[in-house]
Structure formats: C-alpha cells, structure tokens
Design a protein around this ligand. Structure first.
Ligand code: ADP
Ligand code: GLC
Length: 489
C-alpha cells in the first residue's frame, strides 16, 4: 500500500543537523517518497537554515492551540527534498535562534515549550490542511507528545485513527521538564502518571511517546536489546521490556546520493572499489588542508564526531601522546562538543605539529574529506544506537575501529588476522588501554600485512548499507502499526 507518512523531527539534513538523526530522517523520507508514498516532513525553521531558492511560503496563519487557552499563529514554509516535501514551522519566538537545542553548549531553557509547540503544530497542520496521514513517524523525544495527543485530546478528531511509530535514536536524551509544560501543551493533567508522561516527578516526553505510540523502533537490532537492560536503559528499560512485543531494531540505511566516493562532489578525487587511485589523492589533500605531513606511507586515523561522553573520545584524548610517541601514525579530529575535550584536542594538535590535526567545529565538507582521506576511522563509543559514520567510512574504504556496542557491532565485521577477512577492528572494553591496543593492531596490520588492508577495504566498500532492506522492514512496521491502530490500539 502506498502510504501517507508524516515525519516529525527536530532535524532534517541538509537544512538542520546536529547528528545522524538529521541524516536518517532525510534519507528514509526520500526513500519512501521514491517508492511512491506521500511523505511530508514537519520540522522547525531555525534561523541557521539556509533557505533554498525553491522554498516558498505555504501557509500564513496556522492556528496552534496550546493549553491555558493560548492560541498562537505560525507560518509554514515548504521545500522539496527529493520526492518528499519538507514543511518548516516558522515561529520566531521559539526557532529564530542559531542553535537547535542549545547555544554554546547551554540548552535553551524553554526547550519543553519549544518542542511541545512543534508537536502540537504538526498535528494542527494536518487538521488545517485536511491531510490525514496513515502513519506519523515520531523521531526522538521532541515528537514524544504526538502519540499522547492522539490518545487523549485528539482521539475523536480525524487524526484519532492515525497510527504512530516512535523511533528511538538516542535514549539518553528524554526531554525531561517541569510538569507545567504538560499544562502548556494542553494535555490532561491525568497524563501526569507513571504509565504515561510522568517520571520521577517530572514530565518526560520520551516516556509519554513510548507509552502511547502504536509501535516502537530503534536504529539497530543490538541497541533494541541493549535498551531493555538496566545498563543501557537510561531508566526506561522497564517500560521497554513491557513494550518489547511492539519494539523492533532496524538498522539505518545510508543516503548514497550524499555518501558515495564515486560521485561525491565534496572530495578532490572520486574513486571506487575498482579504481582506487583517487583515495590517495584525497589523503594528500586532507594532509595538506589540515597541516599534517604529506606522506602516503603513514597511516592516517580520522575522527568525525560530536565530542560528548557517548562517543568515548575522552579515551582517545588520554592516549594521543603515547600513540604518536610510540607509533608512526597521524590523527585528524573533526568535532565539537564539550569544551574540555575540544581544548584537549587543540592542545594535542599544537604539541604535535604534522602528526596530529584538529578542526573544532561543524563542517560538512571537511567531514567528507576526512572520511575519504583517512585510512582508519575511530569510533570508541560507550554506546551507539546505530552510528552512521562507521558506515560512511566503510563505503569510503576507510576501516573503522569501533567498540562492540549497538549499531557498531551490527555493522562492522571483525578482522581475522592473516586472512584479510572482516571490515574493521572491534574491541570490547571502554578503556583507553583497549583503544590503544586496537589502534596498535590496526597500525601493525598497516605496516606488516598490507595485503590484508587491501582485502578489508574491498570487503568494506562492497558491503550493502543502502536503504533497500531497512526500508522494507520499516514498511512492515508501518503496516503493523496501521493494523493495530485500526483495532483501537
Ligand atoms: P550521532 O548522531 O550520535 O552524532 P552518527 O554517526 O549517527 O552519530 O551521525 C553523525 C553525523 O553527524 C554524521 O553525518 C557525521 O558526519 C556528522 N558530524 C558529526 N560531527 C560533525 C562535525 N563536527 N562536522 C561535520 N559533520 C559532523
Ligand atoms: C543518534 C545516535 C546515532 C544514530 C543516529 C541516527 O544520534 O546517537 O547512533 O546513528 O541517532 O539514528
């Protein structure tokens, strides 16, 4: 069945992006639209969004009914994304800001109101335009109140039979706010209970979404299991075990229009598994650009990441000095996040000119060059719901070094020494020692078993990370959700 799907998301690449959520929402939408579904993406119009030429005003006065008798008026802008359509919610009080969730690492203190408003406005948009989707696909906590509205105040509305699929991209961020936000959202205070939106005396938007949605997905099969344990459940593991029968892990796919070394316009030379010469050119260009010694013999280890606890890059910061003292390697770090970690990579760069380089900030062009120009890619995450960068790096023939967790363990196949089997190097413990030793293993493979590196590159570049298989699974989840909702669930 060709469905009508509404994606509700705080980020959508290439317009607004903090991490992989933006890529996933954009690529799954394009895929379903390509397959003939009617796909609309509803997302805020932040001031940092560069408006494309084909963006037009779609609605001037969308009336948004919040609680406490508040009625606000917002505008909606429209632009195509492949065959999907993006609808941008313009409401300056909340979104005319440079950051999506925060500015200079400090969260906006009205995030509860900002995203309750986005959720409510998405539903008002459907009601006002008479477009009733079969499924509303809610992405992370910011869309968490949508299933709650559909089960309460909007149950009798034309949207009351719409199914909801809630995707957990990252359980660590749950959207926890004062209960006053529930009142502002216009939801009944009776939802402030532990089997809906309440958690430890506060409003928890993620929890509300997870209790009330029709079906739950997360972004890899391993993370789907992990979040049902106390260790990874971030306090919601009990709820996820309770809903285990409605929960499934589906690996994210990659947008191969954006990420393909054979066609990528952001890199200086294109290459493919059959014609690898361009990769060496990319390495040289990267070394020149970021101030590393130009040398094709030395293995280059790259990082592109948010610099937060989740990513385990504090482990790397601790061992950079011994690594470059003891091994003949180069490192390039592109990232931003916690100030102390940014500073420590800056200091390590000044202390090791030509061997360590860093760019602190967000830079999409450079991220493609790091993927293409590096030989290895470091991702020592403490947890990783899916992870896109390790897939991008494999597509670019850059071998990932990852911790065995979440989507990393579902996508990277361990190297078998001397056989050239595998697509990367996998380790278990989230310790600096384990990371050091694994980088050492990769380094000795580079120098002592170069044929294995060549074979692994081929393996990595031939792996299928397209949406074809995952989209099929999402389609089944949509069908399953629609069938359950029609039975009143
Ligand atoms: P997460 O969403 O947890 O940050 P993913 O691996 O799923 O991790 O996705 C990260 C995405 O964000 C990738 O597209 C990556 O290239 C991009 N990214 C992260 N940090 C930066 C940065 N500093 N500059 C450019 N792109 C970045
Ligand atoms: C989150 C996760 C990341 C995942 C991305 C897209 O940001 O941290 O692992 O790849 O969402 O689903």
């Amino acid at each position: 069945m060709k469905k009508k799907i509404l994606m509700v998301s705080p980020e959508c690449a290439p317009f607004s992006k903090v991490g992989g959520l933006a890529d996933m929402v954009s690529s799954i939408s394009k895929q379903f639209a390509e397959d003939g579904c009617e796909v609309k993406i509803f997302t805020p119009l932040y001031s940092s969004i560069k408006r494309p030429d084909n963006m037009t005003k779609y609605m001037d006065n969308l009336s948004v009914h919040m609680g406490l008798g508040i009625e606000e008026f917002a505008a909606v802008w429209n632009a195509p994304l492949g065959k999907a359509e993006v609808y941008f919610l313009e409401f300056n009080r909340y979104y005319d800001r440079p950051g999506i969730y925060n500015f200079n690492s400090i969260s906006y203190d009205d995030n509860g109101g900002r995203f309750a408003f986005m959720a409510r406005a998405a539903l008002e948009f459907c009601l006002a335009t008479g477009w009733y989707p079969d499924v509303i696909h809610c992405h992370d906590w910011t869309a968490g109140l949508i299933p709650v509205y559909l089960n309460t105040t909007l149950r009798q509305s034309p949207l009351g039979r719409t199914a909801t699929v809630f995707t957990i991209h990252n359980l660590q961020h749950q959207g926890v706010f004062d209960r006053g936000v529930l009142e502002y959202a216009g939801l009944p205070q009776s939802e402030f209970r532990s089997d809906s939106c309440e958690s430890y005396g506060a409003l928890n938007m993620m929890k509300g979404g997870l209790y009330n949605c029709t079906k739950i997905t997360t972004v890899s099969p391993t993370y789907a299991k992990e979040i049902q344990t106390q260790e990874f459940g971030c306090g919601l593991d009990g709820l996820l075990r309770f809903r285990a029968g409605d929960l499934i892990g589906i690996l994210n796919g990659v947008d191969t229009q954006e990420w393909n070394p054979a066609t990528d316009k952001r890199i200086p030379a294109n290459y493919s598994v059959k014609k690898m010469a361009g990769k060496a050119e990319c390495k040289k260009a990267l070394q020149e650009k970021v101030g590393l010694n130009v040398d094709d013999k030395v293995p280059l280890f790259g990082v592109v990441s948010r610099l937060f606890d989740q990513k385990g890059l504090d482990l790397l910061a601790r061992i950079v000095q011994p690594l470059v003292d003891n091994m003949n390697i180069q490192l390039m770090i592109l990232g931003n996040g916690e100030t102390w970690l940014e500073d420590s990579f800056k200091n390590l760069t000044s202390a090791n000119p030509g061997k360590v380089a860093s760019f602190i900030g967000f830079n999409a062009d450079l991220s493609h060059l790091v993927e293409a120009g590096s030989d290895f890619f470091l991702m020592p995450s403490r947890f990783e719901p899916c992870g896109l960068n390790q897939m991008y790096s494999m597509i670019y023939g850059t071998l990932p070094i990852v911790r065995r967790t979440g989507g990393l363990s579902d996508t990277v196949e361990q190297y078998v020494e001397g056989k050239g089997v595998g697509t990367g190097f996998v380790f278990d413990n989230a310790t600096a020692d384990a990371l050091y030793n694994t980088i050492g293993w990769a380094c000795s493979t580079w120098y002592d078993r170069p044929n294995d590196i060549t074979k692994m590159r081929k393996n990595a570049m031939s792996a299928d990370f397209t949406w074809s298989n995952s989209a099929l699974q999402y389609d089944q989840v949509y069908d399953w959700a629609i069938a359950s909702r029609s039975l009143g669930m």
